[in-house]
Ligand binder design. Structure first.
Ligand code: MG
Length: 158
């Protein structure tokens, strides 16, 4: 299922390298890493079944909304990315949660500032419904950051 999750991300315009570059930028000031190490960690995050499930579910809902296959009132809520909806964040936090509390801080930052590919996805909202996607990306990057922070003193568990 990891393969399907990656394919779904790519179909929505996001590569794992985009996510790795973002994780690298966030952690580079604090720990000695490279983009390749960040990429390895993004892969490890995507090895988790919970993460694959979150990606498949969130992107499926975005695509259904985009094709007008969801009933009202949810359809409109999803299409305008209503900030009070909140389920997109909850789903994405299920990714971040796996790696403990450092993830929350990173997720909050990414969700607010929307750097790199997260901003790009957020800006392409006119043509695509990305209500779940931006949060999923923030969740994956935050999880990869936490993983790197933890594994620095902890020789690559998880
Ligand atoms: Mg969202």
């Amino acid at each position: 299922m990891k393969k399907e999750a990656i394919a779904m991300l790519e179909e929505r315009g996001v590569t794992l390298r985009d996510l790795a570059e973002l994780a690298y930028e966030l952690q580079n000031p604090y720990i000695p890493i490279t983009v390749d190490i960040a990429l390895e960690n993004v892969h490890k995050v995507l090895d988790k079944r919970e993460v694959q499930n979150a990606i498949l579910t969130g992107i499926a809902i975005d695509k259904l909304a985009e094709k007008d296959l969801i009933e009202e009132p949810l359809s409109s809520i999803l299409k305008r990315d209503d900030s009070l909806y909140g389920i997109d964040e909850i789903l994405a936090l299920s990714i971040t949660n796996i790696y403990g509390s450092i993830g929350f801080t990173n997720f909050g930052y990414l969700d607010k500032v929307k750097p790199g590919v997260i901003g790009r996805v957020n800006d392409s909202k006119g043509s695509q419904v990305n209500t779940f996607l931006d949060d999923l990306l923030a969740g994956i990057v935050a999880a990869a950051c936490s993983r790197m922070a933890h594994s620095l003193g902890d020789s690559n568990k998880n």
